[in-house]
Design a protein around this ligand. Structure first.
Ligand code: NAD
Length: 424
C-alpha cells in the first residue's frame, strides 16, 4: 500500500512499481538498503491547470502533470502522455520506471514523466497546439536541458515536441533545442529517434530469443498497440521472417494465422487512424487476442494488461514489454512459474530514451550523426544492457525484471549515498 497521502489508487501503476522495488531490496547490500526509501517517493510533482480557448470560443480546463522522480544521476528524462486516463499515480509510476530505465542502460539521467488528462483525438490541431504551449509554459520553470528533458509518449509526437521546444525557447529569448527530445529532425531532432523504441524491442527480443533457443524466423508474434513502438517492432519482426499473426489497437483486434502484411497495415493506419477494417485479416474480439496461439507477445499499448488470469493461459514463450508496466507483479510470478521469459520494460523499451540521450548530446554539441551511426550505437548499448541483465539474473537466480532492478538500484543508490543527504 502506498505510504504517500496523495496517491489513492492502490491497484494502480504506482503500486505495481512499489512492489517491484520491495522485491529488489533483499538483493541490495545493507548500506544501499538504507537509501531505498528515496525510490519510494518522487522528488518533485507539479500539478498544473491548463486552460485553453477552444475553436468555438469556449474555455476548457485540463489537468496536467510533470513528475521528477529521481535526479541523483543527472537531469530528469521522460515522456509526455496525452490520454484521458492520465492521473498523478500513473505519472509517478511512469517517472519512476524512467529512473530505473536510464540507470539500467547507464545513461547520465534521472527519471521524470508528464502528461495531460485529455483525449487528443478530440481536439483540432490548433487546440492541440494551444494545449501544448500552455502546458509547456506552466511547467517551464522545472524543465530545461540541464534540469528535465521531456520526450514523446502515448498520444504525443515530434510535432508536439517541436511546439514544446518553441514555447520554451520563446520564454528564454533564444533557441534551446536540448529542452526536449523526439523533435523533428530539422529542429535538432535525431535521425533514428522515431523508430528507436521499436528497434530496441526487436534487438533485445532477438537476444532473448537466441538465449531461450526460440528461432525468430517463422515464430508467431502478437502485438498489442500499433503506434510508434508496436508498429516498428511488428515491422522488424516481419522483416526478420517472423509472422505477425495478431494486432490490437484502440479500435479493435485483427488476426491472420498466415501473418499480416505490416507495411500495408502501417499505410492503412496512417490513413484511417486505426487497424479495424484492414483487408487481409479477420476481426476478432479484444478478449480473443489473449487466446491466440503465439510464440512472442509484444504488449506495446498501456500498462496493466497482463493479469494473473491472462498469464495462466497465454501461449507465448517470450514476452517483450514495449509498453511501460504492462504486467502486474502477481502475473509476473505466474509467468515465471510457467517458464515464460519476460524482457522487462525498463530494458526492452529503453531504445527510445537511449536515442533521446544521443539527440540531447548532439543538440548540446550542435553536431549531428548519421542514422547508421545512431543505430550502431543503439544496438551496441542495448545488447550490452541485456547481457548485463541476463548475467545478473543468472548470478542471483532471479527474473530478468528483478535483475534489471538490481543493476539500476545499485547505480542510483550508490550515487545517492556518495552525494549524501543535504544538509548532512
Ligand atoms: P502511441 O500513441 O504511438 O501508440 C499507442 C498505441 O496503443 C496505439 O496503437 C493505440 O491505438 C493503442 N492503444 C491505446 N489504448 C489501447 C487499448 N485500450 N487497447 C489496445 N490498444 C490501445 O504510443 P507509443 O509511443 O507507441 O507508446 C506505447 C507504449 O510504449 C506506452 O506504454 C509507452 O509508455 C511506451 N513507450 C514509448 C516510448 C516511445 O518512444 N514512444 C518509449 C518507451 C516506452
Amino acid at each position: 500500500m502506498s505510504n504517500l497521502s496523495y496517491v489513492n489508487n492502490n491497484n494502480g501503476a504506482w503500486q505495481t512499481y512499489l512492489t517491484q522495488i520491495e522485491r529488489v531490496a533483499p538483493y541490495l547490500s545493507e548500506d544501499l538498503q538504507d537509501y531505498i526509501d528515496t525510490l519510494k517517493r518522487p522528488k518533485r510533482a507539479l500539478i498544473v491547470d491548463v486552460p485553453i480557448v477552444m475553436d468555438d470560443g469556449s474555455i476548457q480546463h485540463f489537468e496536467g502533470y510533470r513528475v521528477q522522480h529521481n535526479l541523483s544521476r543527472g537531469p530528469g528524462k521522460g515522456g509526455i502522455r496525452y490520454h484521458p486516463d492520465v492521473e498523478l499515480g500513473e505519472v509517478m509510476a511512469l517517472s519512476a520506471w524512467m529512473t530505473i530505465k536510464t540507470a539500467v542502460v547507464n545513461l547520465p539521467f534521472g527519471g521524470a514523466k508528464g502528461g495531460i488528462r485529455v483525449d487528443p483525438r478530440k481536439l483540432s490541431v490548433r487546440e492541440l497546439e494551444r494545449l501544448t504551449r500552455r502546458f509547456t509554459s506552466e511547467i517551464s520553470h522545472i524543465i530545461g536541458p540541464q534540469q528535465d528533458i521531456p520526450a514523446p509518449d502515448v498520444g504525443t509526437n515530434p510535432r508536439i515536441m517541436g511546439w514544446m521546444m518553441d514555447t520554451f525557447s520563446t520564454g528564454q529569448g533564444h533557441t534551446v533545442t536540448g529542452v526536449v527530445t523526439g523533435k523533428p529532425v530539422h529542429l535538432g531532432g535525431s535521425l533514428g529517434r522515431v523508430r528507436a523504441t521499436g528497434r530496441g524491442v526487436f534487438v533485445t527480443g532477438v537476444q532473448a530469443a537466441q538465449r531461450i533457443k526460440l528461432p525468430v524466423e517463422g515464430s508467431r508474434v502478437a502485438v498489442q498497440g500499433f503506434g510508434n513502438v508496436g508498429s516498428e517492432a511488428a515491422f522488424l519482426f516481419n522483416k526478420a521472417q517472423a509472422k505477425v499473426v495478431c494486432v490490437q489497437d484502440h479500435t479493435g483486434t485483427i488476426f491472420n494465422p498466415e501473418g499480416l502484411d505490416i507495411k500495408s497495415l502501417q499505410a492503412y493506419v496512417a490513413e484511417t487512424q486505426g487497424i479495424v477494417g484492414f483487408e487481409g485479416a479477420q476481426a476478432i474480439s479484444n478478449d480473443a487476442f489473449w487466446d491466440v496461439e503465439m510464440d512472442i507477445l509484444v504488449p506495446a499499448a498501456l500498462e496493466g494488461q497482463i493479469t494473473v488470469e491472462r498469464a495462466k493461459t497465454l501461449t507465448a514463450k517470450l514476452i517483450l514489454e514495449g509498453a511501460n508496466g504492462p504486467t502486474y507483479p502477481e502475473a509476473d510470478d505466474e509467468l515465471q512459474k510457467r517458464g515464460i521469459t519476460v524482457v522487462p520494460d525498463v530494458i526492452c523499451n529503453a531504445g527510445g530514451v537511449t536515442v533521446s540521450y544521443f539527440e540531447w548530446v548532439q543538440d548540446m554539441a550542435s553536431y549531428f550523426w548519421s542514422e547508421s551511426e545512431i543505430n550502431e550505437r543503439l544496438d551496441k548499448l542495448m545488447i550490452q544492457a541485456i547481457d548485463d541483465v541476463w548475467q545478473t539474473s543468472e548470478t542471483n537466480q532471479c527474473s530478468l525484471r528483478t535483475a534489471a532492478y538490481i543493476l539500476a538500484c545499485e547505480r542510483i543508490l550508490k550515487a545517492r549515498k556518495e552525494r549524501g543527504i543535504f544538509p548532512g
